[in-house]
Write a protein that binds this ligand. Structure first.
Ligand SMILES: Cc1cc2nc3c(=O)[nH]c(=O)nc-3n(C[C@H](O)[C@H](O)[C@H](O)COP(=O)(O)O)c2cc1C
Length: 328
């Protein structure tokens, strides 16, 4: 499950895992280790071990300061986590202007030094350090130099979202650069981007996963020199259709009642977590924005959901949307 700020926090992850299986690993939305070297309370809550019991979770960090990364990674190790992840993909203006997320990709030398420091600084901890990257800030061909840098370090998994920052989430993933990674990466690869339906997955698997489509783990390069594709990471498609991973792995989709029960459980879980009902409504809308993709007439349902003021109104609109239509 991809990290999605505002969506895939611990409440969502735990509720999801209760109803749906087939997710091997959950990535937390990014936390930003700051100068204070401690966490905001929202960030701390999201990574507290008791809030992630029984889930395989990797903690994502957004920073360009190696010391902050190292100190926080060590705390994550003390919490019992086995993997930390570096965010080199966030396209948001405020993040990029500070040289973080995909903004860091414009400074290859600095990035190289940063990686050198964190891989050296954390070598003794046994922590896996994975990287989630876009292919560049402005132009796709920035990726050649970036991959050369990544190849110098033992990146546990290089998760590639083949868009540049400028693309935001528009345009199509630039698969020719992912192909380049498959051929030239020395580290295991994870593909991320626009796998929203079972058809999208099968298209990807047919081309990149040369063994059986269900087997996400196989070598993409004929001579074994390139990066092995160890997983696909699912974001918006999975929030739209929480049964997508199960559909990929088992070929089966849960019935409508499961989606409805999942939604009801999310409502209860957010109500228990968020005191103000207005904020519960706001939070659920962020999720329903994706879930309406499953419904018959998504524009009409989204209009009703968007307009809902109270939780009761929202639940009525959401349940109608969930009960309608078929997942493709
Ligand atoms: C609302 C939203 C929040 C996101 N938050 C994060 C984040 O915290 N960290 C991150 O690395 N990527 C974040 N992403 C990017 C996703 O992890 C993923 O790379 C992107 O959505 C493309 O994958 P998809 O096509 O499967 O959705 C976010 C994306 C969205 C739409």
């Amino acid at each position: 499950m991809a990290p999605m700020e505002g969506v895939t926090g611990f409440v969502y992850r735990n509720t999801f895992a209760h109803f749906f299986d087939s997710i091997d690993k959950y990535y937390t939305p990014f936390i930003s280790p700051g100068e204070h070297k401690s966490f905001k309370s929202r960030e701390l809550k999201d990574v507290l071990p008791e809030n992630n019991a029984g889930l395989n979770v990797a903690v994502q960090m957004l920073t360009n300061n190696a010391e902050h990364f190292i100190v926080t990674a060590q705390k994550m190790k003390d919490f019992g986590y086995k993997e930390v992840n570096l965010n080199l993909g966030c396209p948001s203006g405020t993040v990029v202007s500070k040289g973080k997320g995909s903004g860091f990709l414009s400074f290859p030398e600095k990035l190289d030094r940063f990686l050198d420091e964190i891989y050296n600084g954390l070598a003794d901890t046994g922590l896996d350090i994975s990287v989630k990257t876009r292919i560049g800030r402005y132009e796709p061909d920035e990726f050649y130099e970036l991959l050369e840098i990544y190849n110098k370090y033992p990146i546990s998994e290089l998760i590639v979202h083949p868009r540049v920052q400028k693309d935001m989430y528009k345009n199509k993933p630039r698969m020719e650069l992912f192909d380049y990674a498959v051929e030239h990466s020395k580290n295991p690869l994870v593909y991320n981007g626009d796998i929203c339906t079972i058809n999208d997955y099968e298209g990807f698997a047919g081309q990149y996963l040369k063994n059986k489509p269900q087997d996400v783990s196989c070598n993409g390069a004929a001579d074994g020199a390139g990066g092995e594709i160890t997983a696909v990471m699912l974001g918006r498609g999975l929030i739209s259709n929480p049964g997508l991973a199960g559909q990929i792995v088992n070929g089966k989709l849960p019935d409508r009642n499961t989606f409805r029960a999942f939604y009801d459980a999310l409502v209860d879980a957010y109500r228990a977590e968020i005191p103000d009902e207005k904020n519960v409504v706001f939070k659920l809308k962020e999720i329903l924005f994706y879930m309406v993709n499953m419904s018959g007439d998504k524009d009409a349902y989204w209009k009703k959901i968007r307009k809902a003021d109270s939780l009761m109104e929202l639940n009525t609109a959401a349940r109608h949307a969930i009960a309608s239509g078929d997942v493709q």
